[in-house]
Structures are given as C-alpha cells and as structure tokens.
Design a binder for this molecule. Structure first.
Ligand code: ZN
Ligand code: CU
Length: 484
C-alpha cells in the first residue's frame, strides 16, 4: 500500500496551467508532490478531507518589496501566507537591498525598505548566503535594482546620467550578482534618482542579462501621458540586450489617460511579437509609493501611509491635514516628508482590462513596512479570486489561478513551481472558493483574507486559518532557470 507524508482527498485540483479543475487526490512526500489523481489504496501520515475545497499551487507574488520582510521572523510574512502566497519576487522598481550598504538614511524610494540599519549587504552573495542560513517563511526570487546600483556607484549624486565608467562599474556589479543567483535587473525610471538615466545607460548596465538568462523588469519612466513611449522604451531595452521584459504594475494613471489601456495592451501585444514581454498588475484603482510633491494634483485624492516627522498622519487624507494646518496641500506634503502615500489615480475599467489580459500576472506591489499600507499588501490575491473572478466574472477561477501560479512561474523561470504535477515542489494552498475574499480596505488595510484554510511551503505547513503563521520557516531563496 503506497504511503506518503500528506494526502489530500477529493479536492478540486486546479493545476495552475489555466485548465479547469478536476476532483481528485494529491499525495506529498518530503518537499514534492508524488502522485495525483484517484489515489485509492494510498495512505498518508496526515490525511485531509478536502471535499468542497480548491487545492492549487501556492501563489507567486510577481511583484513585491519583501526584500527586508524575508529577513524577519515568519510572522513578518503573515501578509503573504494568509493570502496563499508561497513565493515572492523581490528587488523591484529599481530598489533592492543588495548590493548596497549604507551609513545614512537612503533617499526615496530606497527608504521604502527602511533606514540605514537594513542596508548591510555589500554583495548579492551576502544577501543570498544570509537567506540560505536563515530560511524565510516563503520562497523568494531576487532582482538587483538600478537605483541601488546607482547609489552604490554614484553616492548621492544620482540626479544626472551615469558616466561611461560608472555604467561599466554597475554592469560588473550586476554581472557578479547574476552569477551569485540574482534573477535579473529591475529599474524604476520614474523615480527622481533614476529619471536622469538614459535608455543607453540601462542597456549598458543590463548587457550581462542575455548571457546569464536574466530578466529586465521595469517600473517604467512614465505611467501617465507618456505611457506608450515608455512601453516602446522597455521593449527596445529588452530587444537590444536580448532578454525577456516584465512591465511592472501596469497602469494608465491620471484622468486624461483613462481608457488608454486599450492602446497600451495592443502595443504590448505587438511588441511581444518581437520579443518576450509580460506584465504584472494589482487589483486596485489606486497606487502607492513615496509621497512625492510632483505627483500631487487637485483631482487626485491622496492618503498618507507613513510619515517620519508626523506618524499620526498615517491613514489620513492629505487635503484634510492641509486644511487642519491651514496650508496648501503641497506645503503639507513638504512638512510630512519623508513619507509615503496612496494615490487614487486610476480607472476601474483599465484595472479590469489589464488584469484580464492573457500576459498579465498578479503582483501585489505591497509595501510591508508602511505604517498604514495600501490594502494590496494583505488583499491582492483573494481579491482577484473572490471579487474579480467569482463575483464579477472577469475570468474563470482557473484563469485567475493561472495568473498567480503557472504563468508567473513560466515568466520568471521557476522550475517545478506554480503547477500541480508529479515531481513538482509541494507549494500548495487549500481554500474555499465560495468564501474566499479580501477584507483589507483603505481604512482597515491589515485585515487578513477570508477563505484560505491552509498553506504549505516545500511540503511543510506554513499557515493555517486557525493558528496563523507556523513559526518554522520552510522557504528558500530560488535561482532562476533560463527558459530554453
Ligand atoms: Zn514600482
Ligand atoms: Cu514596486
């Protein structure tokens, strides 16, 4: 009689490849799925009656800023595990903890990962070695950020294009990181410390990506009126380097651009014909980043997520604070800095169109160290499954799951993950499709989702609805396997 460690009986198995679910059993031994189908005659060290529940591959959060959260105790990743997330992609938007050590508070947006105490990894190898020795509660794949490289090489003199010598130095730092296990290169060209970088600078630094099978992921130069030119730029960078491209948290921000996702998605489809181009998105019509005065406009409501000099401002609307202080909002924003904010700057129809696009993976862009974070940190995955797939019928459940499992694994080259298959890693989530829902809101942003029963990382229970995060971390730093 075949035996396994963990046996699920009569689950609705949704495999992660986009195909609809089938009722069946699934067996796990060690860190792998060892069998699935009708497993009559099998027995397990632990058996779970999964009737009425979905068993799916653990979700992959395609866009995060969890570089530092991975260093904390397992409970620091409750925001991920409580949504069914078992793998996070870190080092996005040009911001990565490695390779950079600092003796003073970094400029925005690097400070979204914390002050100088957190910037101690001089090389990617140092970060990777630390995670190998102190495993995180979820798996992670890490990128190297352009802004981190710029600050490392240019110091605080980053508001200008890099000189050829500096580009060469950044290129060799990236090449070393790729050799040490980094998945690729991320940029945040919209941010002040990277805005002066030319397309040629990005290409010059990113050149080793082709040889190492790395990806270029980008928070584009312009997600507003210049969004089309920015997509062209991202695609051209990928074509010139010869590497796949991921457009991060795609959006068409500001009212004058509402509806333009029709054009942007058509352009992405055209460029994808000449190279490998994908995108990620989160399921909300509001963005969140540093509080930057140049992002302020009368027609865009702004909510403060944190403020160093005024912690009590977190959660409040900027115009309300400005009224209270009897100053214009721009002056209130100056006084709040350094600070973070939510910007209600998108159109719901664009959000839906982008989420539904076949090249779109789900990435939360959650900011785990904000005092009052955007609810995407705690709610993105259940919101796509519950609100968008089940309640609005934007796409079938199996398509929603594909966008957070198999699709993401194939974009990022994660071998044997994101799929239910014999031999694949047992990253699993068991949830109730009837009750799955996000509860986090802009007023109560840290409420865990409903409907997730249990989550396994590499075959080990990592989260249960009743007990929360299991204090015994089972995650790993993953290395990208280039797609053949
Ligand atoms: Zn970004
Ligand atoms: Cu981001």
């Amino acid at each position: 009689m075949p035996r396994c460690d963990l046996l699920f009986r009569d689950a609705l198995l949704i495999h992660g490849n986009g195909e609809s679910g089938v009722t069946g059993d699934l067996a796990v031994s060690g860190d792998r799925i060892v069998a699935l189908g009708a497993l009559t005659g099998w027995s397990g060290g632990r058996e779970i009656d999964a009737r009425g529940l979905v068993l799916a591959p653990g979700f992959i959060d395609a866009h995060t800023h969890d570089d530092r959260a991975l260093l904390g105790p397992p409970a620091a990743l409750a925001c991920k595990l409580s949504q069914g997330v078992t793998t996070v992609i870190v080092g996005n938007c040009g911001v990565s903890l490695a390779p950079l050590s600092l003796d003073h508070r970094p400029i925005a947006p690097l400070d979204l990962l914390g002050d100088e105490r957190w910037w101690t990894f001089d090389s990617f190898a140092a970060y990777a070695t630390h995670l190998d020795a102190h495993p995180p509660a979820v798996n992670a794949l890490a990128f190297v950020g352009h802004i981190s490289l710029r600050v490392r090489v240019m110091g605080d003199d980053v508001f200008r294009p890099a000189r050829p010598k500096e580009c060469a130095e950044m290129r060799s730092l990236l090449a070393a990181a790729l050799a040490e296990g980094a998945a690729g290169f991320s940029s945040g060209l919209a941010y002040p410390p990277a805005r002066a970088a030319t397309t040629e600078e990005v290409i010059a630094i990113g050149e080793p990506l082709a040889r190492h099978g790395g990806l270029y992921v980008t928070h584009m130069r312009d997600e507003e009126s210049g969004v089309m030119a920015s997509i062209e730029e991202a695609a051209a960078i990928g074509r010139t380097i010869g590497c796949p491209v991921v457009i991060s948290h795609h959006k068409c921000a500001l009212p004058e651009n509402f509806g333009r996702s029709r054009e942007t998605l058509a352009l992405i489809d055209r460029t994808a014909g000449q190279g490998d181009v994908h995108l990620d998105a989160y399921p909300y019509a509001a963005s969140s980043t540093a509080l930057l005065v140049e992002l302020l406009r009368d027609d865009i409501p702004v909510q403060i997520t944190w403020s160093l000099p005024h912690p009590s401002a977190a959660g409040r609307m900027l115009d309300e604070i400005a009224r209270e202080w009897a100053v214009p909002p721009i002056e209130a924003a100056r006084r709040l800095q350094p600070a973070g904010a939510v910007y209600f700057s998108m159109d719901e129809q664009d959000v839906r169109r982008i989420l539904a696009h076949p090249r779109t993976a789900i990435g939360s862009d959650g900011l785990p160290h904000d005092q009052r974070p955007h609810p995407r940190l705690w709610g993105s995955f259940p919101r796509v499954l519950g609100h968008y797939a089940r309640d609005l019928g934007l796409f079938p459940l199996e398509v929603a799951i594909h966008k957070m499992t198999g699709l993401s694994a194939s974009i990022f080259g994660l071998a044997d993950r994101g799929v239910l298959r014999e031999g694949a890693y047992a990253d699993l989530v068991l949830f109730d499709p009837a009750s799955i829902a996000d509860r986090a809101t802009f007023t109560e942003p840290e409420l865990p989702a409903e409907g997730i029963r249990e989550v396994w990382v590499n075959g080990r229970s990592a989260y249960t609805a009743k007990g929360g995060v299991v204090p015994d971390p089972a995650g790993r730093l993953l290395r990208r396997r280039p797609q053949g």
